[in-house]
Design a protein around this ligand. Structure first.
Ligand SMILES: Cc1ncc(COP(=O)(O)O)c(C=O)c1O
Length: 391
């Protein structure tokens, strides 16, 4: 007869369940930070890649690999890396692909924190040159072999549209790599790799996961271009935890239905705002008045996205009155959730820019960015119309 086990041993081991022979209906979740081996032969087999096994959560987890398969699939890329945030994807990419004396030619109209990160690289001898990415001659003038050309498909916050095929041709001609931050467009509206980009970055924190529940990022491209960032991400711990990967993959299941609805609503709201007497410029690439409307028709698929921006008078108090008069649309300094939300770039995403650069981008105190969600479009129209009376 076996010796009865002690209370503590039972507490540690008794719950171990058999894995069912049939699979669960949803993706399994593996929270373990470390994995066990039967013997040293199994350790060798896993390290040598003969068996797909997990070792330690920083090196890789089944939920991260699942998310990477999803990202590679959605973008039609050879390889993908999932990261702890969109910024972590950019950091891994920069650390792997830049050297002292290297150059990043970047759109001036990028997410402010991306510019902040490029500023950090100056200490390592990396030069960041800001350009108007819609001016192909200006871009060409700064590119040289080995440069990274960094643009956003739909820029934050002015919704300028990058001419991806033209920029890809320029980058190829000059021996540079085209890196596209596709966060606002998502693979629903744009697949930059198919348009010639070398690497695509996503903040899955936004529309791709879609529910304001996770901080998560990703990088997709050719295997030889993703391998370097993967190594850096594993060594530096820029990788996401399994729960974030699981939530991100679940959220992405509804990407197409969410964006189909939200983009259609965004177009209606943009048309409404454009005719409102209290609203100045409206920035939405689906409007014929937008400077990149023709580019948007070529570069974007299935509509023009769920982000738009509009300008109220450049007075802080007018904006405050408008915000206080809204009922459901709240000031949330992110984007891409199921709720329609507003943000104010001058005091949030672009707060760290020097005032002169903010001004040059036109980000005055009345500039607002709208992330369109899944509410009934009529309710949103009515709410905006009502709140504009307070401006
Ligand atoms: C265009 C764009 N890229 C990257 C990021 C960074 O993503 P994360 O917050 O997941 O690091 C953001 C965040 O707002 C963004 O808007």
């Amino acid at each position: 007869m076996e010796e009865p086990l002690g209370l503590s041993t039972l507490a540690v081991h008794a719950a171990w369940a058999q894995t069912p022979a049939n699979p669960p209906a949803t993706m399994p979740f593996y929270p373990s930070a470390a994995w066990a081996f039967r013997d040293l032969d199994e350790v060798d087999a896993v390290y040598e890649g003969r068996v797909k096994g997990a070792v330690y959560a920083r090196n890789g987890t089944p939920n991260r690999w699942a998310l990477e398969r999803l990202l590679a699939g959605l973008h039609g890329g050879e390889a993908a890396l999932a990261t702890a945030s969109g910024m972590a994807a950019l950091a891994a990419l920069f650390l792997a692909h830049l050297r002292p004396g290297g150059r990043v030619v970047a759109s001036r109209d990028l997410y402010g924190t991306t510019w902040g990160l490029l500023g950090d690289l100056a200490r390592f001898g990396v030069e960041a040159v800001g350009v108007d990415a819609t001016d192909l001659e200006a871009v060409a003038a700064h590119l040289r072999p080995g440069s990274l050309l960094l643009v956003e498909t739909l820029s934050n916050p002015r919704l300028r549209v990058a001419d991806l095929p033209a920029l890809a041709a320029l980058a190829r001609e000059r021996g540079a790599l085209l890196v596209v931050d596709n966060t606002f467009a998502t693979p629903y509206h744009a697949r930059p790799l198919a348009q010639g980009a070398d690497l695509v970055v996503e903040s899955l924190t936004k529309f791709l996961s879609g529910h304001h529940l996770v901080l998560l990022g990703g990088l997709v491209g050719r295997k030889d271009l993703v391998e370097g960032p993967l190594g850096v991400a594993v060594r530096a711990g820029l990788v996401p935890d399994p729960w974030a990967c699981w939530l991100g993959a679940e959220g992405a299941k509804t990407l197409a239905v969410r964006l189909e609805r939200a983009s259609a609503t965004a177009l209606r709201l943009a048309r409404f705002l454009e005719t409102h007497p209290k609203v100045g410029a409206v920035h939405y690439p689906g409007l014929p008045s937008h400077p990149d409307h023709a580019t948007a028709r070529r570069v974007l698929a299935r509509g023009f996205g769920a982000m738009l921006a509009f300008e109220l008078p450049p007075e802080r108090e007018a904006v405050n009155r408008f915000l206080r008069a809204l009922r459901h649309i709240r000031l949330v300094l992110s984007l891409g959730g199921t709720e329609t939300t507003l943000s104010h770039p001058a005091t949030s995403s672009h707060r760290s820019l020097p005032p002169s650069e903010r001004e040059a981008l036109g980000l005055h105190p009345g500039f607002l960015r709208l992330s369109v969600g899944l509410e009934d479009p009529e309710d949103l129209l009515e709410e905006l119309e009502e709140a504009l009376k307070a401006v």
